[in-house]
Write a protein that binds this ligand. Structure first.
Ligand code: HEC
Length: 108
């Protein structure tokens, strides 16, 4: 846990713009029902409607519970590995989809 916090801080320090966005997203209250809409429209195609994963995207059941909100925001803003950046989502949409993932996807 400590290590991942340090990693985030390092990433935030090296990439001020996405980092600042991620911190701003972390301060917003996410709305679960709007988040569900964003997830189904923007994420489910690759990650599956329940976040169970498909050939195009990994299962999110562990990732959503293990990452902090700012880390998830950064992953979405910058993209990761084979996942394209989701940076066209607004800060509020990012907060919503992260809140939804942490509350609902992590349960499955
Ligand atoms: C085009 C397909 C695609 C779309 C659309 C997509 N993802 Fe991904 N996502 C991936 C793939 C593939 C990975 C694994 C990346 C890697 O590590 O190579 C990933 C990784 C992730 C991770 C990080 C898992 C980890 O800890 O490594 C999270 C969190 C995530 N996606 C959430 C989302 C959310 C939320 C959305 C919608 C806003 C979304 N993704 C949209 C394909 C996609």
């Amino acid at each position: 846990m400590k290590r991942s916090v340090l990693m985030v801080l390092t990433v935030l320090a090296c990439a001020p713009a996405p980092g600042q966005r991620a911190v701003a997203v972390g301060k917003l209250d996410g709305d679960l029902s709007r988040g569900e809409g964003v997830f189904l429209a923007r994420c489910a195609g690759c990650h599956g409607p329940l976040g169970q994963g498909t050939d195009a995207g990994v299962a999110l059941t562990e990732h959503f519970s293990e990452h902090r909100v700012e880390e998830l925001a950064l992953i979405l803003i910058d993209g990761t590995g084979a996942m394209p950046p989701q940076s066209e989502l607004s800060n509020q949409e990012l907060a919503d989809v992260i809140a939804y993932g942490r509350a609902k996807i992590a349960e499955h």
